[in-house]
Design a protein around this ligand. Structure first.
Ligand SMILES: [Zn+2]
Length: 76
């Protein structure tokens, strides 16, 4: 399925309501590491209503740095 954030076909359903009623589902994109629920507001789940500020393209993904770089070990 298409990821709502990076627009690639790299998302899939990873969870659903235990009674299989379809009342809620959770999706995850392995490319941009984004997850969302089917029950979230349309500004999250509908591509046309999403804020472009929160979308990611290939350039954005390549320029991301590690959020918490590991410092070198201290020698004692
Ligand atoms: Zn994605």
């Amino acid at each position: 399925m298409i990821c709502v954030r990076c627009l690639r076909d790299t998302a899939r359903k990873v969870a659903e309501a235990p009674d299989r009623s379809g009342v809620w589902e959770v999706y995850y994109c392995k490319r941009c590491n984004y997850s969302w629920r089917s029950t979230e507001e349309e500004q999250i789940t509908v591509l046309e209503k999403r804020d472009p500020e929160f979308q990611l393209d290939q350039e954005d993904l390549e320029s991301l740095s590690s959020p918490n770089p590991i410092p070198p070990l201290e020698k004692k």
